[in-house]
Each structure stands twice: as C-alpha cells, then as structure tokens.
Design a protein around this ligand. Structure first.
Ligand SMILES: CC(C)(COP(=O)(O)OP(=O)(O)OC[C@H]1O[C@@H](n2cnc3c(N)ncnc32)[C@H](O)[C@@H]1OP(=O)(O)O)[C@@H](O)C(=O)NCCC(=O)NCCS
Length: 167
C-alpha cells in the first residue's frame, strides 16, 4: 500500500528500528525493544511507513479488542445486540519520526489502519485509539474520533463512518 512518497509494509526483521525517534521516549523504546515480542505473542501487528530511502518514518500497531456496551452512547448502544462487550480494533500506538512530522504521514497511517480493519475478515464495530496526551486527542478528533466519556484519552470512530469515507 502506498501513501504519497512513503510505502506501508508489515514490520519485518530487516527494517531498521534503531534510529527511529518520534520525540516520545516510550513510543521509541516500544518500537526498538518490545514490538517484535508482541508480534510473536500474537497480541499486536505492526505496520511501518518507509521513506524512499527505506528508512522507517512511522509505525502503528493494531490488535483486536473490545469495549463495554455501556461505554457507547445510549442511542447507538440500543441498536446493538445485548452482549456486555462490543468487538473493536485498537490502534495501540501511532508514531511518526520527528523528521517526517506535520507532512500528513500520521493521518495517512491512520487512514491505512482504518482501511485494513474495514477490509479484514474479523468484524469490528469501531476503531479505538489510545492517545498519549491532549495534543494527540486533538489529532484524532480532527479525524472524527470521539472520546469515551469515562476515559478522555481513549477515542473511537464507528466503522460505518469509515465505510462512508472509503466508499
Ligand atoms: C501525533 C503524530 C502521530 C501526528 O503525525 P503527523 O504526521 O505529524 O500528523 P499529520 O501531519 O498527519 O497531521 C498534522 C495535524 O495534526 C495536528 N497535531 C499533530 N500532533 C499534534 C499535537 N501534539 N498537538 C496538537 N495537534 C497536533 C497538527 O496540528 C496538524 O493539524 P493541521 O493539519 O490542522 O495543522 C506525530 O506528531 C507523532 O508521532 N508525535 C509523537 C508521538 C505521539 O505523540 N504520538 C501520539 C499518538 S498516541
């Protein structure tokens, strides 16, 4: 999948992770030291954006997850089956290297994740993202995500909103 001058690939062993720096030490450390363990344990998938030199300019992780039906607005919840939880896809981490920020790559990676979930064989009612800070909340809100009232750093976007965007 191509995004402008970047291409998005599933993370492989030959991708260079050591130089990645997005300005957030936790996101950098996770990418350098932990993500491959999570992939091996089947708790996350990781996708990377490569620039034209083959350097990693951004990454995100995706995993299956669930939210409590009671967390959704009542008007939507009453249209869903009365199970206690609703299946969702979770983008646990999203980071763009400092040298590639503010060029639209974060937005392109978010769109890439939404399209993958939309096309996946597993059902997901919504995409859920975990924002690390208020700035990230504004980034996701700009793309239509709404915060859960009980957890303002966790935001969601129903897949039917994605379907209209993809269509
Ligand atoms: C947040 C992040 C993924 C955005 O990626 P990006 O490629 O820079 O974002 P884009 O160029 O697609 O979009 C930029 C838009 O998001 C907004 N934005 C990005 N980071 C922001 C921040 N920290 N605070 C406020 N707004 C922010 C910009 O204002 C800009 O809006 P505009 O187009 O209206 O000017 C990237 O800045 C990053 O990796 N930051 C460090 C790690 C991090 O904070 N990750 C948060 C995910 S939990």
């Amino acid at each position: 999948m191509n995004t402008g001058p970047f291409k998005v690939e599933v993370l492989r062993a030959d991708h260079q992770r050591n130089e990645f720096a997005c300005g957030d030490v936790d996101l950098d450390r996770y990418f350098k030291t932990q993500v491959t363990q999570d992939i091996r344990r089947h708790v996350a998938h990781c996708f990377v954006a490569l620039n034209s030199l083959g350097q990693v300019a951004g990454y995100y992780t995706l995993a299956a997850s669930s939210v409590l039906l009671a967390e959704l607005p009542q008007a939507l919840a009453k249209k869903l089956p009365r199970y206690p939880t609703v299946p969702v896809a979770r983008m646990g981490r999203l980071a763009v290297s400092q040298s590639a920020q503010q060029m639209g790559l974060g937005s392109a990676l978010l769109a890439d994740a939404l399209v993958r979930v939309f096309q996946a064989d597993l059902a997901a009612y919504a995409m859920v993202v975990d924002a690390k800070h208020e700035g990230a909340v504004r980034f996701y809100a700009k793309h239509g995500f709404k915060p859960f009232s009980s957890q303002p750093l966790s935001l969601w976007l129903p897949m039917n909103a994605v379907i209209s965007l993809v269509a």
